[in-house]
Design a binder for this molecule. Sequence first.
Ligand code: AKG
Ligand code: FE2
Length: 294
Amino acid sequence: MSASLERFGPTGDPDAIAAAVERDGAVIVENLLSLDVVAQVNEEVAAAVVAADPSEELFNPIMQAFHGPFTKQVAGVPGISRTFATEVMCHPVLIALCDHILLPSCARYQLNLGHLLQRGPGSEEQWLHRDEAVWSDVPHPHPELQLASVIAFVDFTRDNGATRVVPGSHRWPDRQLTPAKQVAGAAPDPEQIAFAEMPAGSAVIYSGGTIHAGGANTTDVPRRGAHLSYCLGWLRTEENNYLSIPPAIAATLPRQAQELLGYAVHDSIPRGGGYLGMVRMQDPVELLARGELG
Ligand SMILES: O=C(O)CCC(=O)C(=O)O
Ligand SMILES: [Fe+2]
C-alpha cells in the first residue's frame, strides 16, 4: 500500500485546495490545464526540448546527480512559451493558492522558477528532498517560503516517473532543522510515499517543506513535467528570472506575468516596511510599460 493525496477537479474551491495543502502538504488538481493549453505549450517548447542536452555540464556536479543523466531540463520556460507564461504561470487556481499561502508573509510573491523537466527512459528515482532547502540559511522555523508544483505535460504514471510525495512531511519535526542537521531517522518508509499519477494537464501542488522527488522511468516514454514554483517576494529566487526572461521579452507579456517575473517593486511601505527591487527609484514594471527599461 502506498499513501495517497487528496484530489480536486479544475473547478475545485481554492479555499478547500489551500486548506488541503496546509493540512497534507500536497494535493493533486486534475485537469488544471485544458488539453489545448497542454498541446500549445508542448508545441512552443518543442525546439528547446530537442536542443536540451541532458549531459551538459552544470555549475555544480551535485545538480547533475540530482536530476540524473537522462533528464532534459529547459529553464526559463515563461520566456520561451507565451502560453506557459500566460495560461500556466498566471493560472487563477495557482494564483489563488499563492494568495492563501504566501501573501500573508510578503507584500507580493514571485515566480521562483519555471522549468521543464523531461525525465527520460532509464531515469532512476530522484533523491527525496524539500525544495525549500535552497533557502537553508533562513532560520527555522519560518513562514511558508514557497508553493511548488509539478504539472504533467504527458500522462504521469507510476512507471514513467510520476512525482513521489510524502503527505504530512511538511509537519515532521525535522523540518525545523537546517537540511544539514536533518536526522536520517526521518527518512520516509515506502508506504508513506504517494505517487502523483495523473492525466496530462494535471498538477501536484506542494509546500516547500514537503518531501518529494521525481520517480524512476522504466517505460520508453519521456516523462515531461513542468516544475513551476513561487516564493515570497523578498527572497532570492532559484532562477535569476530577470536574466532568463530579460526586459525585451518581459515587455511582450501581460502585466501580471511581468509582476510575477519579479519586475514589480516589493513595496512594504504600506505595511510599515520599505521597498525592494526598484530601478532609478522607479517601479521597473512601470518603466517597462513606458518603454524605458532595457
Ligand atoms: O520531476 C519531478 O517529478 C520532481 C522534480 C523535483 O522535485 C525537483 O527538481 O526539485
Ligand atoms: Fe523538488
